[in-house]
Ligand binder design. Structure first.
Ligand SMILES: [Zn+2]
Length: 282
C-alpha cells in the first residue's frame, strides 16, 4: 500500500514537472527567445550574365540575357555555424575572364571574392563550421564543398545518389547525412531543411527563423528569379516538371504558414537590395 502511494506521488510530481517544462518551452518559443538562430550573413558566391533566360521559362523571354548572382548564406546558431550552399568554385576568382560557358545560352560566371576570403573576414575557419547543407549538387552550389573536408554535409539521399550527367560530385571521405525529406537541423525548429524535389531529384530549400527579421525561405534553385516565381514557370531542363510545380506550391504553403520572405539565390535585383557580409541579418 505504502509503495503504491509513493509511486502515485512520484508519478504526480513527474507529470507536474513535465507540464511545467512543456509550458516553459512553449512560452519561450512563442516569445522567440529560445530560437537558437542568432544571425545570417549573405555571402557573395558569384556574379555573371545568363545568356538566354528562357532556359528557365520555355517560350518566355527567348534570347533575353540577364545579370545573375550566386549567393551562399552563413548562419550562426547557438549550437554552431551552418553554411547553406558553397557557390561557384573559388578557383574562378583567379580567372581573368571568369568561366565562359561552352553554350552561350548558359551563364558566364565570375567571382569577385572567394568564399574563403569572406569567411576569413568574419574570423570563421572552415573547421569552425558544423554543417554544410547544399540546395542541390549543380556546380554553382557545390563548388567549394571540398573546403570543408571535416564538416558534416546535409544533402538529400536522392541527390547524393543521383547519377548526374556531371558524374561524381562528392568525395566518398566527406562526412555526410543523407536526408529523406524535411530535417530540423539543430532540433529546435529554428532552421529547417524543406525537401523540394524537381529541379534535381533531391533539391531542398532552407527555412531560417531569424529573431528580428522573421522567417526567411532560401530558395536554392527551386526558382531562379522573382518573375518566374510569380508565374510559377518550370525550367526546361529540370529533372521533373510535376515535382517542380508541387515543390513551388509547398514553398508557398510554408511561406504562408511561417509568414516567411522568399530569398531567391540567383536574383540580382533582390540581392542588390540586401545587406551583404560582413553586415548581417538578425
Ligand atoms: Zn544555380
Amino acid at each position: 500500500m505504502k509503495t503504491s502511494r509513493r509511486l502515485l506521488a512520484l508519478a504526480a510530481s513527474l507529470a507536474l514537472s513535465l507540464g511545467v517544462a512543456q509550458s516553459f518551452s512553449q512560452s519561450a518559443s512563442a516569445q522567440g527567445g529560445k530560437s537558437g538562430v542568432e544571425r545570417l550573413y549573405v555571402l557573395n558566391c558569384g556574379e555573371g550574365v545568363a545568356g538566354d533566360i528562357s532556359r528557365w521559362s520555355p517560350g518566355v523571354n527567348v534570347g533575353k540575357s540577364m545579370d545573375f548572382v550566386d549567393n551562399c548564406y552563413l548562419i550562426k546558431h547557438s549550437q554552431g555555424w551552418l553554411l547553406w550552399d558553397t557557390g561557384l568554385a573559388d578557383a574562378i576568382a583567379a580567372m581573368p575572364e571568369g568561366q565562359r560557358p561552352a553554350d552561350p545560352r548558359m551563364t558566364h560566371w565570375r567571382r569577385s571574392k572567394t568564399l574563403a576570403s569572406q569567411l576569413d573576414q568574419l574570423g570563421v575557419k572552415p573547421s569552425d563550421i558544423k554543417f554544410v547543407a547544399v540546395s542541390h549538387s549543380h556546380p554553382d552550389h557545390i563548388g567549394n564543398v571540398t573546403l570543408f573536408p571535416q564538416t558534416m554535409l546535409l544533402v538529400q539521399k536522392a541527390e547524393y545518389e543521383w547519377q548526374s550527367p556531371v558524374g561524381p560530385r562528392f568525395k566518398p571521405e566527406q562526412p555526410v547525412t543523407k536526408l529523406e525529406g524535411d530535417h530540423d537541423v539543430f532540433g529546435d525548429g529554428s532552421v529547417m531543411i524543406i525537401a523540394t524535389p524537381g529541379h534535381t531529384p533531391g533539391h531542398q530549400c532552407l527555412l531560417v527563423k531569424l529573431p528580428k527579421t522573421g522567417a526567411v525561405l532560401l530558395s536554392g534553385d527551386a526558382v531562379h528569379f522573382k518573375d518566374n516565381w510569380e508565374n510559377r514557370r518550370v525550367p526546361q531542363n529540370n529533372d521533373n516538371k510535376d515535382k517542380t510545380s508541387a515543390s513551388m506550391q509547398r514553398m508557398a504553403d510554408v511561406m504562408a504558414k511561417e509568414k516567411a520572405q522568399l530569398w531567391i539565390n540567383h536574383d540580382k535585383a533582390q540581392r542588390d537590395g540586401q545587406k551583404m557580409s560582413p553586415q548581417f541579418y538578425e
